[in-house]
Design a protein around this ligand. Sequence first.
Ligand SMILES: Nc1nc2c(c(=O)[nH]1)N[C@H]1C(S)=C(S)[C@@H](COP(=O)(O)O)O[C@H]1N2
Ligand SMILES: [Mo]
Length: 546
Amino acid sequence: MADVSIKSPSRDVRDRILRSAAAAATGLAAAAAAVGAGELVAAFTGPDTAPVYAVGSAAIDLTPTPLKEYAVRTFGTNDKPVLLTGIYLSMALLAALAGILARRRPLAGATVFALFGGVGIWAALSRPGATTTGALPAVTAGIVGFAAMLLLARLLRGAAATASPDGTGARLPEPLAVTERPAVDVPPHGPSRRTVLAVTGGTVAFGALTGFGGRALSDNRYDIAAARAAVRLPAPAERLPPLPGSLHPAVPGLSPFTTPNADFYRVDTALTLPRIDPRHWSLRIHGMVDHPILLTFDDLLRLPLQELDHTLSCVSNEVGGPYVGTTRWLGASLPALLRRAGVRPGADQLVGRSQDGMTIGTPLESVLDGRPALLAVAMNGEALPVARGFPCRSVVPGFYGYTSATKWLVDLDVTTFAAYDPYWVRRGWDRRGEVRTASRIEVPAPFARVPAGDVTLAGTAWATHRGIAAVEVRIDGGPWQTAQLAADGGPDLWRQWTHTWSAARPGTHRIEVRATDASGAVQTEQRAAPFPAGATGWHSTVVTVT
Ligand SMILES: Nc1nc2c(c(=O)[nH]1)N[C@H]1C(S)=C(S)[C@@H](COP(=O)(O)O)O[C@H]1N2
Ligand SMILES: [Mo]
C-alpha cells in the first residue's frame, strides 16, 4: 500500500485526462442537442426524416448483400436495434473526438457537426420519395450542433484560461501561450468551471427534452392505431371454413398450424414503420395497361373480398430456419384488378412499390395464371398489423416475400423484366424468387435427450403453391423411412408430419428429413446458402438417446 502514490498517474497526466474528458463531454452534449433538435423538427416533417433514421435507412440500402445476410442471420428481427445502436455509438465516439478537437480549435470541432448535418441532409434527400422538407431535421441538427459545439468549446477555453495560474491556459503550446495569447488578452474573470458544467448540462437537457419530446410528439401526430382500429372489415364474398384440426398433429413442441400474428416472422428494411392513414391511402395500377386504375381504401373494401390460407416464407431463411409462417389473409383479387386494367401484350413483370420506396417484382404470368393472388387487407381476422403493411400488401402464393409480398403497397407498375430491376434484384438476388421445397425437424429439439424406446419425430415441410407429396426421415444415414403426413390443406400451405422412431441404441444420433413436392421432385441434398435464390439442403438434428 505504501507505494500506491508511485503507481498512480502523475498530477499532470491526470489533469490532462480530466481536461480531455471534459472536452469530450462538451462534444457529447453538442451531439445530444443536435440529435434532439432534429427529432423535434422530424415530429413535423415525418418520423423517417429524423437524422438518425435517415442515416440508418441509407446505411441499410448501401450495406453490401453479404453483410445484410450476416445481419439477418445473426441478429434476426433484432437487426434494426443493433444497427441503430451502432449508429448512436459511432456518433457518440465522433462527437467526443470533435469535442476534444474543439478544445484547441473550436471552429474545427464545430465544423465536424456541420459535416454530420451534411451527411444527414444527403441521407434524407436520397430516400425514395424524399421531399426537400425531409432535409429540415438534418439542417437543424447541423446548425444546432455547430452552434452548441462552438459555444461550449469557447466556454471551456475561457474556463481553462481562468483556472491556470499564469492565466494563459495551461495546455496551450508554449509559443502560442506566450506570444499569441498574452495574459492581457485573457478576460480576468472567465467562466468558472461551474458555469461550464452548468451550460454543458443545460445542453444535454435541451437535447433530452427536444429528443424525447419530439419522439412523443411524432408518435402522437403520426399515431395510426386509432385509424387501424376504426377499419371495418367487410365479410368475404365466400367465407372459408375454419381449418380442420387434422392439419396439425398434436405433438408438444410442434409449431401451431396457423401462426399467430404476434409470432409471425418479420423481415423488411423499414427502420421506422410507414404509418399510413387509410383515409389518405390510394393504390395506382399503371404501366403497360389500357386503363390505369386509382383505388382508395374504401374502393378496395367494396370489391368482393376473398380469404386465402397461405404459407409465406423468406428467401433469407436458412435450412431449418424460422422465417416462415402460415396465416389466413383477406383481400381483393389481384388478377381481377389487373384484368380490369387490361394488361398489354409484352408485359412480363408486376412491380409493387411501397410507401417507403421498396420495390418488389413478380412474374406477371404467375400472377395471372389462376393462383389466388391478393391485395391483402387483413391477417388472421384483423386489419393488417402496421408492421405487416397496413393498410394493404400484396400476396402471391409460390414466391418468397421479396418477389411477391409488398407491404405498405401504394403502386403497381405493369412492366417488363428487361425494363426494371427491383430493389433486391439490383442487389444480386434471383429475379423470380420461387419458393424452394423445404422441410424441418421441430421435435425433438436439437440436442434433446430422449429415453430409449418409441420417440416421436415431428416437423413441417413446404413447397408453396406446388404442395408437399411426401416427407421422409432417416437415422444415422440409414434407409429413408416415409413419415406420416397430416391432412393436406392445399398446395399453398405447409404440411406437418410425424414419425415414430424406435430408438434402441443409447448415444447420439443424427436425424435427417427431406420432402418431395407434388410435382414429384425430391428435395436436393446439395447445400446452398440463401443468396441468391433460397437455401437448399436437408435439415438434420442431433439427439441423445439415454
Ligand atoms: N415494403 C416492404 N415490403 C416487404 C419487404 C420490405 O423490406 N419492405 N420485405 C419483403 C420480404 S424479404 C419478406 S420475406 C416479406 C416478409 O413479410 P412479413 O414481415 O410480414 O413476414 O415482406 C416482403 N415485403
Ligand atoms: Mo424475405
